[in-house]
Design a protein around this ligand. Structure first.
Ligand code: KG4
Ligand code: ZN
Length: 377
């Protein structure tokens, strides 16, 4: 099956929906084992959670070797790799969980945001399996998945909190309320934090994906070796900007010989990382103060960064703020977080119809508690 076949499958389900307009398989409020599927970017992932939200299996097939020679994700290659892997990854997840298809009570899948072709693969696979099994299909926002990751290992973490999502495509600050609603408090006006890591790593000759490579190099370097700018966006929101930092690194490197860059690579990585971390920590704690909450969750691929985790923990302890950091396995893209968000959706009675579409540009779903995401005044 190729991407065109996946698109045809989506068409098929759209037509099917005219015959079966609502997916009513199973009960929406009784939670049982749930399968999560994630194919929004460059990881093909499947996970199984039991009815209580415990992760029984979390399988991730990375496409790093497919994309690394291009220095970034190539969308068509990502779609093809998802097609090749999704079925095998799902079977591995079921096997690890010790379950068969018939044990599942629901299937959650990332509906967006992400690469259109990549999303279509997971969505078509989830639709066909949910339909064949007669169980509910849940469409999940990838962002909602990242948010849910903070509660996987800490189910009692407060629902009312500030959430910082820092990933390759997003840097968003939300004020989350008890009902599951989100108010947007700030976001990047240019590059995402993960993008800043990836572009910086490329400039430093470290490779792809940049975040983990800068993280590793920075452990051997001195954060104070160079003072890179910490941008401050002058709006009433708690917005971020990382493009100036990237330009500052570029100008700095232009003054150095390739040999010097190599010699100073670890110092430069540590100094550049420190600038990103400083801004993330500053904005996150400013949001905590502005929202008047006492809990902060930090999620998304960048939350795997060792320096960021240490700095957040230090500041949270000093200020008496409860910190929610997902385990490393749930920071970068994974399907356990999609299944966890799917369970939250099911508890609210949100089941997708079989004609739901991939939403490459969606942010958070309309079903998020109090409704649409609003900017704070
Ligand atoms: O959440 P994620 O896996 O995918 C998106 O939704 O974008 O985040 C990927 C991003 C990449 O930019 C990657 O470089 C960054 O997270 N990342 C890190 C680390 N691990 C992954 N950034 C800094 N330090 C890390 N250890
Ligand atoms: Zn992600």
């Amino acid at each position: 099956m190729d991407v065109i076949a996946a698109a045809r499958a989506a068409d098929y389900f759209r037509n099917l929906a005219m015959v079966f307009p609502m997916n009513t398989g199973g009960s929406a409020t009784t939670l049982g084992p749930i399968l999560g599927i994630e194919t929004s970017c460059d990881e093909t992932a499947a996970a199984v959670l039991d009815g209580k939200g415990q992760v029984l299996a979390n399988i991730i097939s990375s496409q790093q070797t497919v994309h690394e020679r291009f220095g970034g994700v190539v969308p068509e290659l990502a779609s093809r790799a998802h097609i090749q892997n999704v079925d095998q990854v799902t079977h591995r997840a079921l096997e690890k969980a010790g379950m068969g298809w018939r044990d599942l009570r629901a299937i959650a899948v990332t509906q967006g945001p992400g690469l259109a072709g990549a999303l279509l693969v997971g969505l078509s696979y989830a639709k066909s399996t949910a339909y064949a099994l007669g169980i509910p299909l849940v469409g999940v926002s990838h962002l909602e998945g990242h948010i849910a990751s903070a509660w996987i290992d800490q189910p009692s973490f407060p629902r009312t909190c500030v959430v910082l999502i820092a990933s390759g495509g997003h840097t968003h600050l939300f004020h989350a309320d008890e009902k599951g609603g989100f108010q947007l408090m700030g976001r990047t006006i240019d590059d995402a934090a993960g993008e800043a890591f990836d572009k910086g790593a490329q400039m430093l000759g470290l490779g792809y994906p940049g975040g983990p490579l800068i993280d590793a190099a920075a452990r051997k370097g001195r954060p104070s070796s160079v003072r890179f700018p910490r941008s401050r966006v002058r709006t009433e929101h708690l917005d971020f900007s990382f493009s100036g930092l990237k330009t500052a690194l570029l100008y700095h490197l232009q003054r150095l010989s390739p040999q010097t860059i190599l010699e100073q690579q670890t110092d430069l990585a540590a100094a550049y990382q420190e600038a990103i971390v400083d801004v993330l920590v500053r904005q996150a704690f400013a949001a905590v103060e502005r929202a008047g909450v006492s809990a902060l969750a930090v999620v998304g691929g960048v939350s795997a960064n060792s320096r960021l985790r240490a700095r957040l923990a230090e500041r949270a302890a000093k200020e008496g703020i409860q910190l929610g950091l997902p385990a490393l396995a749930y920071c970068t893209d994974n399907a356990a977080m999609i299944a966890a968000a799917g369970q939250r959706a099911l508890l609210q009675g949100n089941v997708a119809s079989f004609d739901c579409e991939a939403m490459p540009d969606c942010a958070l779903p309309a079903w998020s508690g109090s409704g649409a995401v609003r900017r704070t005044p």
